[in-house]
Design a protein around this ligand. Structure first.
Ligand code: SF4
Length: 407
């Protein structure tokens, strides 16, 4: 497998997303080509050749897999152009890092406005003054970057000047979570200890494989030189009886957490895959606080069930059927459920008493945090499927206990 194929095969949620923003003809497409060493977008002297964001996976060492998004110009005009510019902005807000590419005209008022907005969202930003072969860097632009505390570099995509330095700067400016691995379960287990993973094989389980969160947790346990035993819930009691040493940890799929909590003795730490991911990619204390809001729900309250991608709805679908049913059973209230799938929350987010988000396995931490911040900024409590299910099944304190033992 080549490096780029390896990068492309890495799950989307683990790749760093770097978006290139800037005016039309600032040289964004040529810059992606210069960084990745490949032709990925049509490069033309004519402004506005890139119509939609073009994704290019690349292995940026020592960081790892990165996807560069070459976006349409933010100054695109006309009805279609305006739509393209709006779509480009959305890509920017979902990125882990933005390269603000500046062409011959220097920094414009719009570039500065976008840069300020991106900084406010806490997304690392690097100003890249392209076309160093044609124009010198303007003193006022360098002063503005320094005044804003913005890292900048002068490059030429055309003759390769400073492209290697730009890659180094991208690595230096990358968010910490891409430099340091945030643990899933690796800090909950020591080498030589055993973790039992409970994986139901039901109608919702994909044919012939485990799902990504299960595989990632399994891999981390093996990396830790610990032992992983994977079992269906029906066989869990047998496994616990047969193990010579008590497992250090049991991790279960949330959907069978209540049954598993009855089988696993109290003294064995127990948590769920979703809780591990809420901690790894999001903000576990905030998700727990959000789940506690279920106790305050009243008749007629609206709850938004949000999924990051669309999928075929199963008869007993977790988001569409089970969580609404369990929530009404738990609260005894008549709740109005709305559902959304995809990148954006509905405009009327404030109307919701609670947002229950999916496990976000396909999203990276920046995007999960962006969604959490959007809810927080609009005063809406947020939790995720797994944490909410543990609450609804009455086992939440036990599921999160293992993390407080770490502190
Ligand atoms: S809807 Fe959410 S949990 Fe399901 S696959 Fe998509 S990102 Fe993962």
């Amino acid at each position: 497998m080549t490096e780029n194929k390896a990068a492309a095969a890495t799950p989307r949620g683990l790749r760093m997303i770097v978006a290139l923003a800037g005016r039309r003809n600032a040289g964004k497409s040529s810059l992606v080509n210069a960084i990745t060493g490949q032709e990925v977008a049509i490069v033309s002297e004519q402004a506005g050749t890139t119509t939609d964001a073009v994704a290019k996976p690349y292995e940026l060492l020592p960081l790892g897999p990165v996807t560069f998004y070459d976006t349409a110009g933010l100054d695109d005009t006309g009805e279609l152009g305006g739509q393209r510019a709006a779509a480009s902005r959305k890509v920017l807000y979902r990125s882990d890092m933005v390269l603000m590419v500046v062409g011959e005209d220097g920094l414009t008022a719009e570039d500065k406005r976008i840069a300020t907005e991106i900084k406010k969202l806490g997304i690392p930003l690097l100003a890249v003054f392209n076309k160093a072969d044609k124009v010198p860097l303007r003193k006022e632009d360098a002063d503005w970057c320094r005044g804003e505390g913005l890292e900048y570099i002068r490059v030429s995509a055309k003759n390769g000047e400073n492209i290697a330095e730009l890659k180094e700067k991208i690595v230096q400016t990358a968010p910490d979570e891409f430099k340091k691995d945030r643990p899933l379960a690796g800090d909950l287990i020591n080498a030589g200890e055993t973790a039992v993973l409970v994986v139901p094989i039901d109608l919702e389980a994909p044919k012939g494989r485990l799902i990504l969160p299960q595989v990632q947790v399994l891999r981390e346990i093996l990396d830790k030189d610990a032992i992983a035993v994977t079992v269906k819930e029906e066989r869990l009691a047998d496994v616990l009886n047969n193990l010579k040493q008590k497992p250090a940890l049991v991790i279960t799929d949330s959907q069978v957490v209540q049954k598993v909590a009855e089988i696993v003795p109290e003294e064995i730490p127990l948590t769920t895959f979703s809780t591990l991911f809420a901690r790894n990619k999001g903000d576990l204390p905030l998700m727990v606080k959000g789940a506690e809001k279920i106790d305050d729900l009243r008749d007629g309250d609206k709850v938004l069930i949000a999924e990051a991608c669309s999928h075929h709805v199963q008869p007993d679908d977790i988001g569409k059927v089970k969580i609404p049913r369990w929530m009404e059973q738990y609260t005894g209230k008549k709740i109005a459920f709305d559902f959304c799938a995809g990148h954006d929350f509905p405009e009327n987010l404030e109307e919701y008493a609670l947002v229950v988000h999916c496990g976000a396995c396909m999203l990276n931490r920046t995007e999960v945090m962006r969604r959490i911040r959007e809810c927080a900024a609009r005063g809406v409590p947020v939790t995720n499927y797994g944490v909410a299910i543990s609450k609804l099944q009455g086992v939440l304190p036990r599921i999160i206990k293992v993390f407080y033992l770490l502190v």
